[in-house]
Write a protein that binds this ligand. Structure first.
Ligand code: CA2
Length: 143
């Protein structure tokens, strides 16, 4: 069965517990549950992970490539706006990476307007809360 890695960056372990006005009230486990259900319907399996450490995300991108994953859905959170290493890792692998955000960074502070991930990803889905992840999974299924 084709697999899709769903990688989540720093502070997203706090999802649903803090700042619900910006990020919604779903926890990362809630989102994983929704993705599992949708993946089942699409005939995919998902591997959902979260880390507060940039190097873990780089290693997992390499792992997704080595495993022959169909796609990676990546919410790099704050590293989106800072990480040349993530940009380089996405460029270095052949698995397509879909950038995802809960909020729409372009409606927020100017320091969120640049994305090092978006410059390497196949596409970006942002601003739809937890639904952004489901839209990304549907896009992954159609790649
Ligand atoms: O909207 C998104 O998904 C973001 O990737 C979230 C990042 C932010 O730096 C990006 O600009 C946009 C922040 C994730 C922090 O997650 C929290 C969750 C709950 C409480 C506090 C932070």
């Amino acid at each position: 069965m084709d697999s899709v890695f769903v990688l989540n960056g720093p502070n997203l372990n706090l999802l649903g517990l803090r700042e619900p006005a910006i990020y919604g009230s779903d926890t990362l486990d809630d989102i994983a549950g929704m993705l599992e259900d949708r993946a089942h319907a699409l005939g995919l399996e998902i591997d959902m992970r979260q880390s507060n450490h940039e190097g873990h995300l780089v290693d997992w991108l390499h792992e997704a490539n080595a495993a022959g994953a169909k796609a990676v859905i990546l919410n790099a959170a704050g590293f989106t706006h800072t990480s040349v290493a993530l940009h380089d890792a996405i460029k270095a692998i052949s698995v397509p990476v879909i950038e995802v955000h809960l909020s729409n960074p372009h409606r927020r502070e100017s320091f969120r307007h640049n994305s090092f991930v978006g410059g390497a990803a196949i596409g970006t889905i942002a601003g739809f809360g937890a639904f952004s992840y489901l839209l990304a999974l549907d896009a992954a299924a159609r790649l």
